[in-house]
Structure formats: C-alpha cells, structure tokens
Design a protein around this ligand. Structure first.
Ligand code: XUL
Length: 526
C-alpha cells in the first residue's frame, strides 16, 4: 500500500498543499489557494492588509483559517488520497504571531460540531490581526530587548539572532505596550506555524525549535524558553506561550472536523509545523552539515547547516533549529539580482553579454574590486547606499560585471565563516542560477562543487518530508534523513560545476582584501 504524506505551506500570499507518495518518491498532488484571489473579502494585497504606515504589515489570521477549509475542499474535489494520509505537517511564514483568548482551546477541541472553521473560530482572537515578517515597526522594542539582553552580540549568542523588527519577541512587546488590555485577554500566543497546526490537531500546539528560534525568546542551545528574554519582552509571557518541541513531535491525531468532513484518515498524525526556512532546508535536501543552498533572487540568501551551534559575532546572520535537530543559518544579502541587473543595465547588456564578460575576465579580476551597495545592505550593515570601486574604472564594463559577481560570492564566503563549516556542496537556486558563469565564480570562490537546483515549492515539499520523518519516528521506525529525502531533492541532472583548484590562492587573497575594504566602507556607511 502506498504511504501518503501531506505537507502544507501557509506563506505570505497563499496556502499550498503537497501530497507525496513516499515509496514511489513522487509528488502526487500540488495545489495552492491564493489569499487575495480566493478570499477577497479579507481585503488583503499580496496577503497583507493595507496600511497607511509602510512599516506596518499585518494579516487577518481568520483568513488563514478559511484558507485551510478551502484547501481541504479543493483536495476533496480533486479526489486527493486524503483517506490514506498517514501524517500531516506544515510550514508557516516565520515570525508572525497569532493572539488567542480563553475561548480558543475549547473552540478548537469542539470543532467536530462546527459548521465551518471560520465561523467556529471567529471569536477566539484577542487581536484580530497578526503582524507578519514584513512588519518593521518595532525598532524601539528591538533596542529595549537588545539592551536588556546585553547588546547585539549577546542577544545573538543566546537567542540565535540579534533583535530584528520582524521577530516575534519585539512584536509581542509592542502589542503589550500599545494595547495592554488585549494583551491581558490573550491566553495563548502562537506562531503562524503552531497556529495552523493547532487547527489540524484541534488543540493548542507546541512551537517547534526551528520556528521558536525566530522569536528572540528561545535559548538557542538549550532549546528552552529563555527567562531573561521573556521578562525583557512582556509581563507573564511564559504563561501565554506553549511548550517548545522537537520538530518531529506528533502533536496529536487529526481533529474529527477534518476526518469527518473531508474524509481525512482517522488515524492521521499531526506532526508539529515549522517555519518556512527550516522546512525549505529539508525541501532542498540540506540534511548534513556543510550542505549549503544559495538562492540568487532579488536578494541573495545563504542557507547553511551545522552540527554545533555557532552564532554570528557580527550579529547579522540568523541561527534557527534545523528539522534534523541540528542547526541552520539564514543570511540575507540585499544587493543580489538588484545589483547584477544594475550593472547589466549600466552597460546596456543582456544576460548573454554579461556571461561573455565573465568569460573574458580572469578569476580575481586582476585585483579590481566593487563593493556593490546599490541599495542599503543587510550583510554587512550599510544604511547609506553607494557602490565603491577599487582599482576598477567605471567605464570598464567586463571588469564591473566580474566585480559585482565576485563581490557577492566573496560576501557569502566571508559572512558565513563564523559557522566554522566549509561548504561541501552548494545548491544554487533562484532566477540567476541558470547562469553557468555566475555559478563557476560561486564554485571557485567557495572551492566546492555547485549544482543547480530547480525548486518551486521547497517549503511545502519540506513539510511533507517532515511529516514522513515525524510519522516514522512516532511508530518507532526511525529512518535516516538521507532515506527520507532520497529521490525528492535531487539537483538538476548534469548541472554540477567543479571549482578550478588554480583559483584557490587567488580567492584566498582576494577574500582578505575584500574583507578589509568592506570593513572600512561599511564602517563609514553604517
Ligand atoms: C526569515 C523571514 C522570511 C519569512 C518569509 O527570517 O523573515 O524568510 O520567513 O516567509
């Protein structure tokens, strides 16, 4: 009999469902509900409520509830094998918080008699909207919490990240300050992930170590709530948070609401949900330390994995719990495609000409260096934008093309050194990963093989694979992660690019020079 597992992804703009046939190593179902399109009565744009203040980004949690009902209806209509699902897990946009009152637990438990999810749960919120990861309105709270925890480095060392505006702790503090009465009426604070898991299990779900790490509230090493942080955030916060759990924890059986209404298997297990980045780590197959993914998108993102927990002494990168029980990092570089396109457009090129320029110029670019801060940069922190050239003329078109790509790759190398794990293989994803010449620079700078990896739904696939892993652990048949992801997370065939070993000394030297210049300039532009 086939073994089916369901993975859901409640992201900013949509809810996606993926069903995998585990033995056949096949995704057999993949559909999404777009919030703006399918649930227009909530009035969101790209999943966010309109706001006059650009720093505020909230979404209505009831919309996510209704989306789950809608997704289940669609799956039933599509005759998805719901009756044979062995377990379910999910992925949620990270950091977003959901505020529930004292009616919530009973309403979740009583879902069996409900007409529909949204009607049954309309009254369980102590705050009608949820701040999500795009919200940047909590700078004051970040400063306050960071100060109590002993500064940025100490905050990163204890919680995995410095305080960031989107992180849950600063958001909770702001809510308590702005609306203490509603905070008092809050019985449970959930993350998007644990909230969605609570709907499926019909009970308040724990928060897993992966998503818990995105709150500035969890001791990243002990994987327990950090009392000092709870106190720095809001009064009696500990009473309002659920317990933390390992990512493979079975939080309960599926609620009768889903089994009776949609024919979901009565003994389907609900595995704790996690954040979208931890889930993506699994959906990309990054299960061993040294496996890295670099996404070349609007921004460039570096996903790393490590066995031991090291934190960024510059407190720019994030450490979250990985679904394997190890650690993962997320480092975001703002000047990704933005900067590459800027250079391409400056010299009136297309991508083929850009690639030609990379082929024409030597590794190391004869020492020509560009610091590509066309936009304010996250890593390293550069608030005032302005690219800087060293030994490089502005009119040198090929030199600038190589310089922007080398800068980006050197930056991923330099700013991931604190992990103390050298990459053993890199999966390149995102739109620019189709460019072989860019990937050759990536391979040379990191001196490790690079593979292209075509992903569309890494978070929901990761959730489905986590559902499988949690299920097998639960029944005492623990299988290694290699076996969980095998056949689901393979890089694009024939895409391997090997580093040229002759470039090793060139990039070792250039990395040192780049780091020195970067430190000087970032200091000036901070
Ligand atoms: C990570 C972050 C985003 C969201 C996107 O820290 O804020 O990647 O998780 O959903």
């Amino acid at each position: 009999m086939s073994k089916f597992f369901l993975g859901l992804d409640s992201s900013t703009q949509s809810l996606t469902a993926i069903i995998i046939d585990f033995d056949a190593r096949e995704v057999v179902y993949d559909r999404s509900v777009n919030f703006d399109v399918s649930l227009p009565h909530y009035g969101t744009k790209h999943g966010i409520l309109p706001s006059n203040d650009p720093k505020i980004a909230h979404a209505p949690p009831l919309m996510w509830v209704e989306a789950l009902d809608r997704m289940c209806e669609i799956m039933r209509g599509d005759k998805a094998p719901l009756g044979e699902i062995l377990s379910i897990s999910g992925s949620g946009q990270q950091h977003g918080t959901v505020y529930l009152n004292e009616r919530a637990a009973a309403a979740l438990a009583g879902l069996v008699t409900a007409g529909n999810l949204a009607d049954a749960l309309r009254d369980v919120f102590s705050r009608p909207t949820s701040p999500v990861w795009m919200d940047s309105s909590t700078t004051t709270e970040c400063v306050e919490i960071r100060k109590t925890l002993g500064g940025a480095k100490a905050t990163a060392e204890t919680t995995g990240s410095d305080t960031f505006e989107r992180f849950s702790g600063p958001q909770i503090r702001k809510f308590h300050r702005a609306d203490p009465i509603s905070y008092e009426n809050t019985r449970h604070i959930a993350l998007v992930s644990s909230f969605m898991s609570s709907l499926l299990a019909g009970r308040i779900s724990p928060i897993d170590h992966g998503d818990g790490a995105g709150m500035n509230l969890m001791d990243i090493r002990k994987k327990e709530w950090l009392p000092k942080s709870l106190e720095a955030t809001a009064p009696r916060l500990g009473e309002r948070l659920p317990r933390l759990c390992a990512p493979w924890t079975v939080v309960g059986d599926a609620s009768p609401y889903f089994t009776r209404r949609y024919g979901l298997n009565q003994s389907a297990k609900c595995v704790a949900w996690s954040g979208d980045n931890p889930c993506s780590v699994i959906g990309l197959g990054l299960i061993n330390p040294g496996m890295v993914a670099i996404s070349l998108g609007t921004s460039d993102t570096y996903f790393g994995t490590m066995k031991q927990c090291h934190t960024d002494p510059r407190s720019e990168g994030h450490v979250f719990g990985s679904p394997t029980g190890d650690y993962m990092t997320l480092i975001c570089f703002k000047n990704g495609s933005l900067a590459r396109e800027k250079i391409r457009d400056m010299y009136d090129m297309d991508w083929n000409q850009f690639s030609d320029a990379l082929r024409q110029t030597p590794p190391g670019n004869n020492g020509k260096i560009l610091l590509p801060y066309f936009e304010p940069e996250i890593v390293p922190k550069v608030l005032k934008p302005g690219p800087r050239r060293f030994f490089l003329q502005e009119q040198d078109a090929p030199g600038n093309c190589r310089a922007v790509v080398e800068a980006q790759m050197l930056s991923t190398r330099i700013h991931s050194e604190w992990m103390r794990v050298s990459p053993t293989q890199i999966y390149a994803t995102g739109s620019a990963s189709v460019n072989r010449e860019i990937l050759q620079v990536m391979a040379d700078v990191h001196q490790c093989p690079v593979y292209r990896f075509d992903v569309s739904n890494s978070a929901s696939l990761g959730a489905a694979l986590r559902a499988a892993h949690g299920y097998f652990s639960h029944i005492g048949d623990t299988i290694p992660w290699e076996e969980v992801v095998r056949g689901f997370t393979e890089p694009t065939r024939g895409s391997r690019i090997d580093p040229n070993p002759d470039t090793l000394p060139i990039y070792d030297k250039l990395a040192r020079q780049y780091a020195t210049l970067e430190a000087e300039v970032a200091g000036e532009l901070a």
